[in-house]
Ligand binder design. Structure first.
Ligand SMILES: Cc1cc2nc3c(=O)[nH]c(=O)nc-3n(C[C@H](O)[C@H](O)[C@H](O)COP(=O)(O)OP(=O)(O)OC[C@H]3O[C@@H](n4cnc5c(N)ncnc54)[C@H](O)[C@@H]3O)c2cc1C
Length: 506
């Protein structure tokens, strides 16, 4: 088996990993390898053939455009002349359906959703200004007295929150998502990538240091089909093993694998990651967002201006709720897609495509009547089942403080972490991944070139209790005593209740 020694190992060739390699190069470090599990560069930005077109199974939008700062992803899109279409959801309320067909414009429901969004933002600002504890988005909705309850309200609410974070308002942190830095800093607009070369073309300019003389990404340092299954680390450096039996040793490594992968057992860390790191990894959420594409022989949906998005308001929140046609992107293609998230994504990933198709046809017949044609093709991405992703993007849940988030980002010895889930302001997005790759590479360069290496937790010292619990076996005497004492306490209480009842019934 191979045994390679380099300065730095980058794990993962998504946006974060490729950006990290560019920054290392700019800082004079060129002796590195990029180990990528799949056979391609791009990670969660990936298109595929569908019904003679190219559709994006992963990231689709440049989110946050036309604002006070330039989104670096928009800059990249401009550099490669990416074909994009401005997304417009302003007309959504006139395009709502329920089980009995099209509904009249839902002006009131949409006005409520918009007003609520503003209220929720200002509450978040107040909490942050007063340094108050975080609450969930749902808590804010309850305070406002406007929890979505009818099917139409739920569909609009779903589009607004789950449609962005892929998890419901009851899960999502208010302080860390409302307002969202992506739209605050880069602008309110989003552009939908519809380019036959694929959205991943935006990585081309970032990867120029990996290009051969023909301009294709090909470099001996970029190693595809290399599945990392072990990372040994210490203040001496890192040693990374792959499933094919090779070992790579380096002064430092940058792991850009997704949060879902970190939460899985794919990579074995040696020594085990410290408790504070595990806690941060397991507290944060890997959400699931699934776009299901359908090809029809003919159109039965509206295509007049402003009808790109349409909603299905089912009694069950999140049941095939958000629809989009691709008539503007690919005229005459007769392709639409529906977005589901979270538990629905998990359910759908586990059943057959035919089962999903039949559920979808039932919904569409309710929306448009029984005579619509049958779909000819269906495409269901399965990001959650894929061991190299285990979900689609991270969502900041209620309960994770910024200090705990810093633990998610923090390096341990010479092992650094990057990837979308480590971006405090832009987690979940391509631009988040991009910034974290650059930042991690800068930290590594500072460590290797100037000997200034940071490591560890910001609250490691406060964490000794949890750490002790983790380290000690449950059978260790002191813990067993504590559990026994607790059990005794409850046994006593139950006895009291039993006695009281017995006396009453006697
Ligand atoms: C369905 C979907 C929709 C999205 N929509 C948008 C959107 O519209 N706009 C937006 O900005 N963002 C969107 N995102 C999020 C965006 O795609 C990600 O934030 C970003 O691409 C993540 O980049 P990354 O480099 O952090 O991670 P990744 O792209 O996941 O890169 C990590 C790489 O590590 C590799 N890897 C994993 N395990 C191993 C291992 N053991 N050994 C070696 N390599 C390994 C993976 O194969 C992958 O290539 C979406 C994502 C999905 C999936």
């Amino acid at each position: 088996a191979e045994d390679v020694n380099v300065d730095v190992i980058i794990i993962g060739a998504g946006m974060a990993g490729i950006a990290a390699g560019r920054t290392l190069t700019e800082m004079g470090i060129t002796n590195f390898v990029i180990l990528e599990a799949t056979d391609r560069v791009g990670g969660r930005i990936r298109n595929t053939d569908f019904a003679g077109m190219k559709v994006e199974m992963g990231a689709n939008w440049v989110e946050g455009v036309n604002g006070k700062e330039l989104n670096p992803v928009w800059d990249l899109a401009k550099q490669v002349n990416l074909r994009t279409i401005l997304t417009d959801t302003s007309n959504l309320s006139s395009n709502v359906y329920d089980a009995s067909g099209a509904l009249p414009p839902q002006i009131q429901a949409q006005a409520m959703a918009t007003a609520q969004n503003e209220y929720v933002n200002s509450l978040s600002a107040t909490l942050t200004a007063n340094n108050d504890d975080d609450v969930s988005v749902l808590t804010a909705q309850r305070l406002f007295g406007s929890v979505a309850s009818t099917p139409v309200e739920m569909a609009l609410d779903y589009q607004l929150y789950d449609g962005e974070f892929a998890e419901p308002p009851r899960v999502t942190s208010l302080k860390n998502t409302q307002p969202l830095p992506t739209f605050e800093n880069f602008g309110e607009d989003s552009y939908f990538a519809a380019d036959p070369r694929g959205f991943a073309t935006i990585i081309q300019p970032v990867a120029s240091y990996l290009k051969n003389t023909n301009g294709t990404i090909e470099d001996p340092r970029l190693m595809l089909n290399k599945v990392v299954n072990k990372i040994a680390y210490g203040d001496w450096g890192v040693s990374v093993s792959t499933e094919d039996g090779a070992t790579y040793t380096a002064k430092a490594a940058i792991a850009t694998v997704s949060l879902g992968v970190l939460q899985s057992k794919l990579i074995n860390f040696e020594p085990d990651l410290p408790f504070w790191k595990l806690e941060a990894i397991f507290e944060f959420n890997m959400a699931i967002y699934t776009k299901i594409f359908l090809k029809f022989p003919s159109k039965f949906w509206r295509t007049d201006p402003g009808t790109e998005f349409f909603l299905y308001a089912d009694d069950s929140r999140g049941y095939y709720p958000v629809w989009q046609h691709l008539e503007r992107e690919f005229p005459g293609s007769n392709i639409i897609f529906v977005t589901v998230t979270d538990d629905e994504s998990r359910r759908i990933e586990q059943q057959s495509d035919n089962q999903t198709l039949s559920e979808i046809m039932d919904v569409l017949r309710k929306m448009y009547g029984p005579t619509i044609p049958m779909a000819e093709e269906i495409l269901i991405p399965r990001w959650w089942s894929n061991r190299f992703f285990k979900g689609t993007f991270s969502n900041w849940p209620i309960g994770v403080t910024s200090r705990e988030f810093a633990e998610l980002q923090a390096p341990i010895d010479r092992l650094y972490f990057a990837g979308e889930h480590t971006s405090a302001d832009y987690n979940g997005y391509i631009h988040g991944a991009y910034f974290t790759g650059i930042d991690a590479a800068k930290s590594v360069a500072t460590c290797l070139k100037q000997g200034q290496c940071v490591s560890g937790s910001t609250k490691q010292k406060n964490k000794t209790k949890g750490k002790k619990l983790m380290e000690a076996s449950v059978c260790a005497a002191p813990i067993k005593e504590e559990l026994d004492a607790q059990r005794q306490h409850w046994v006593k209480k139950v006895k009291l209740v039993e006695e009281a009842l017995a006396a009453k019934c006697a």
